[in-house]
Design a protein around this ligand. Structure first.
Ligand SMILES: Nc1ncnc2c1ncn2[C@@H]1O[C@H](COP(=O)(O)OP(=O)(O)OP(=O)(O)O)[C@@H](O)[C@H]1O
Length: 325
């Protein structure tokens, strides 16, 4: 079956149509960013950092986190679904440059917390402040403009598109190419697209998958697709990167590599992640928040949390003495 679509005398490929749609949406977005003065032109910071896959945390970054105002602060968020209280006055904050882990048993409310922070779920009460600005009634599609990117458990990639096109799509809010320029293939539009392409390749190189740039996403193993989703999120140059179960489905080797990548990002990006893989979380995060039945039952450094008997009980259950009858 052909992937070409006929418009009058012209045939347009699905790929070209996708680009056109991306331009349409990005034009509106750019206009808003220009009005609000949030346009950024500096090179993608993740390309200028050093030692992204190095094994060690940047101690200077950790030291610098002390006493800095939180990048994100949520206070007393409460959410109910029907009669079920899923979050009960949950407060979290994450310092700039930190990696915050949100952990807890199944059904504890971790994803609901992420969804609330991202505007998918409206809290009944509580407040969210990002970078000093209160977020009220924000919507998920506004996140990239705010400086927040999120990866999803389901990845949400365009399966039929190449890796490169998927990653470029992550920067659609930064593209200024308008509809007319795209239709006329104007030189400035071509130059802009070339710059985005270069940046996308550089991000893929940083994540070690530049060799897959031309491959169709659907044909790639899950571990690679997870990196593609991360690359797409990084193309938006987020100040806060929210990762939903980033290690799920990865091999031990892939998990260790991912930890190295995330450590390298912290110099320019603050990270918040939900994860069940305890070794990954304990070795990577600066601080943890532990949820159980929608309440924060502990918070602190990985060592503090690991030693907390309340946390141990939540994960392992109460010890029950069994006596022989
Ligand atoms: N849209 C919804 N409608 C009704 N109940 C929901 C909805 N979303 C989540 N829940 C319930 O809220 C509770 C918390 O779910 P949530 O997915 O936030 O937990 P979680 O900690 O992320 O769990 P897991 O680790 O299994 O992903 C669960 O009891 C779940 O069944």
């Amino acid at each position: 079956m052909s992937d070409k679509i006929r418009f009058g005398q012209k045939e347009v490929t699905g790929r070209a149509l996708f680009r056109l749609m991306a331009c349409l949406f990005s034009e509106k977005d750019w206009a808003i960013r220009r009005r609000t003065g949030t346009v950024r032109r500096e090179p993608n910071p993740i390309l200028t950092r050093s030692g992204v896959t190095g094994p060690h945390c940047n101690e200077a970054v950790v030291a610098g986190m002390v006493d800095r105002a939180p990048l994100l602060r949520a206070e007393e968020l409460s959410v109910s679904f029907g009669g079920l209280r899923v979050l009960d006055k949950v407060s979290v904050e994450v310092a700039p440059g930190a990696v915050l882990g949100v952990i807890g048993p199944n059904g504890a409310g971790k994803t609901t917390l992420f969804n609330t922070l991202c505007g998918f779920v409206r809290p009944e009460s509580g407040s969210i402040v990002f970078d000093g600005r209160p977020l009220r009634r924000h919507r998920p599609h506004q996140l990239t403009r705010l400086g927040i990117a999120r990866t999803l458990q389901g990845l949400g990639l365009f399966a039929g598109l190449s890796v490169l096109d998927n990653v470029i799509a992550g920067a659609s809010h930064r593209s200024r190419t308008g509809l007319v320029a795209a239709l006329l293939a104007a030189p400035w539009a071509e130059r802009r697209e070339a710059r985005l392409r270069e940046e996308a390749v550089a991000v893929l190189e940083t994540l070690g998958i530049a060799g897959e740039a031309g491959r169709v996403c659907a044909s790639l193993p899950y571990g690679i697709r997870k990196r593609v989703a991360l690359a797409r999120a990084l193309m938006s140059r987020p100040r806060l990167l929210m990762l939903d179960e980033p290690a799920a489905g990865l091999s031990e080797t892939e998990t260790a590599e991912l930890a190295g990548i995330v450590r390298g990002l912290r110099e320019h990006t603050t990270v918040m992640l939900v994860e069940h893989h305890m070794d990954f979380v304990m070795n990577l995060c600066d601080r943890l928040v532990v949820l159980d039945f929608g309440e924060v039952i502990a918070r602190g450094t990985p060592d503090e949390v690991r030693a907390d008997p309340v946390v141990q009980r939540a994960y392992l259950g109460e010890r029950v003495e069994v006596t022989d009858a």
